[in-house]
Ligand binder design. Structure first.
Ligand SMILES: *[C@@H]1O[C@H](CO)[C@@H](O)[C@H](O)[C@H]1NC(C)=O
Ligand SMILES: *[C@@H]1O[C@H](CO)[C@@H](O)[C@H](O)[C@H]1NC(C)=O
Ligand SMILES: *[C@@H]1O[C@H](CO)[C@@H](O)[C@H](O)[C@H]1NC(C)=O
Ligand SMILES: *[C@@H]1O[C@H](CO)[C@@H](O)[C@H](O)[C@H]1NC(C)=O
Length: 396
């Protein structure tokens, strides 16, 4: 078989050299992409005998005409018998030829051909749709990662290149030359960013016609990829207004709120407290972009540095944001409390004490006055007494 193809190929090259073909057309079909195969030689259209006429030869005709690929290779004048010369008999293509007239011909075929053996073809009109697959094991990615796609097509030859398209972008993001060999061809998006999130499809191009032109296939199925970029959450705390900044009064309530600028479904917030004797973690589901951790009764065990992070599970992977800046919280003892009752009690006690002291002082002063008459009093009395004595003497 291989020998035969080699032989016919060699003969075909010789044959090619001595003939002058001008083109190929399909006639009497439904459209320009189906019908009886006719070739032009010496400015005269003639037919092709159906011996050895197969899908491989039909593909070459369809590609040459820009009609996609062959859907069927037809025998026995399916589109009616032609007229004039039968220019090609027992043509054998390898599939890589740009034109039917470049395919080899089995020269010494003993076949007897009439126009009842005219070959026909129905082409697909367009190229077959390629298939896009994801070679990466998941559909959700972090920025900076690479996404590997595979684009495959049944056609093995005439392939020129493969393109990866993002929905909504007209130019291909990745181009890969077609290698001889099995598809799928790998198309890799490297170092992705959030704007790469979206829907992807691939196309291939084939060299078709003579002179060759590039014919683009229809787009493949599409695959969505998601790019998760978790931004660092913010956090703050609220407590009673009398607490100085950065602190909470022991026994009062306080709340720490964690907030993310971009929320994904099913995420959660983790609050981490680093205190002098260890680390404590708490988690709450991120039902909204901000979540509040409540502490109804502040104790010294609540003192330390608080950190928030946001975590989300998507497509079987866990994504974790960076931790927020530390939020230090000190727990203070309450100031001594002066209630109105205590104040009035203190005031009345003080009043009582002051009154008692005043009474004692006054009593003491009065008592001293009675017991010890002063010098002046004594002299005065003496003086009065003497006067009385003197007066009495004068009367005598
Ligand atoms: C891809 O995403 C678009 C919109 O985001 C959606 O309409 C489409 O159904 C998705 N396709 C697949 C295959 O998931
Ligand atoms: C909580 O604290 C934040 C930041 O300190 C402040 O903007 C917000 O108004 C406070 N909320 C309440 C309810 O006090
Ligand atoms: C903390 O949150 C709870 C419950 O949401 C609320 O009742 C309380 O007033 C909040 N405390 C502060 C200091 O904002
Ligand atoms: C750390 O100290 C707090 C009180 O300050 C206490 O409640 C807690 O059990 C201690 N934790 C460990 C791991 O020792």
């Amino acid at each position: 078989m291989l020998l035969r193809i080699l032989l016919t190929g060699l003969l075909g090259v010789l044959w090619d050299g001595v003939t002058a073909f001008g083109g190929v057309r399909l006639v009497d079909g439904e459209n320009k992409c189906s019908g009886r195969v006719e070739v032009l030689r010496h400015e005269q259209w003639g037919t092709v005998c159906d011996h050895g006429w197969d899908r491989r030869e039909a593909h070459v005709v369809c590609l040459e005409l820009g009609c996609g690929l062959a859907e069927s290779a037809l025998h026995e004048a399916h589109f009616g018998a032609g007229s004039g010369e039968i220019w090609l008999r027992h043509v054998q293509c390898s599939g890589h030829e740009a034109s039917l007239t470049r395919c080899a011909v089995v020269l010494h075929s003993d076949a007897y051909c009439t126009h009842e053996n005219d070959a026909g073809v129905i082409c697909s009109g367009t190229l077959l749709m390629p298939t896009l697959t994801l070679l990466s094991p998941h559909t959700v990615f972090s920025p900076g990662e690479a996404v590997r796609f595979g684009c495959s097509v049944l056609l093995g030859h005439h392939l020129s290149d493969f393109h990866l398209y993002k929905h909504g972008v007209s130019t291909p993001l990745v181009t890969q030359r077609a290698e001889q060999g099995p598809t799928p061809v790998e198309l890799t998006l490297t170092d992705i960013e959030t704007f790469h999130q979206g829907s992807y499809s691939c196309r291939y191009r084939i060299k078709s016609g003579f002179p060759p032109q590039l014919l683009s296939s229809p787009p493949s199925n599409s695959i969505n990829i998601t790019v998760v970029e978790l931004l660092t959450p913010q956090h703050w705390y609220n407590t009673s207004t009398e607490a100085p900044a950065g602190s909470v009064i022991k026994g009062h309530n306080f709340n720490i709120t964690c907030s993310t600028p971009q929320q994904y479904p099913g995420g959660s917030f983790q609050l981490r407290l680093i205190r002098s004797n260890g680390t404590v973690r708490q988690t709450l589901p991120a039902l909204s972009p901000s979540v509040t951790f409540t502490f109804p009764d502040a104790q010294s065990s609540n003192e330390g540095y608080y950190y928030c992070l946001y975590r989300v599970q998507m497509g079987g992977r866990t994504f974790i944001s960076r931790e927020s800046q530390p939020l230090p919280i000190a727990i203070r003892d309450p100031d001594p409390v002066l209630s109105p009752m205590v104040i009035s009690w203190i005031v009345s006690s003080l009043t009582f004490v002051v009154t008692v002291v005043v009474i004692i002082i006054v009593a003491k002063v009065l008592c001293n006055k009675e017991k010890k008459p002063t010098e002046l009093e004594r002299e005065t009395r003496t003086c009065v007494d003497n006067t009385y004595v003197a007066l009495s003497i004068n009367k005598l």
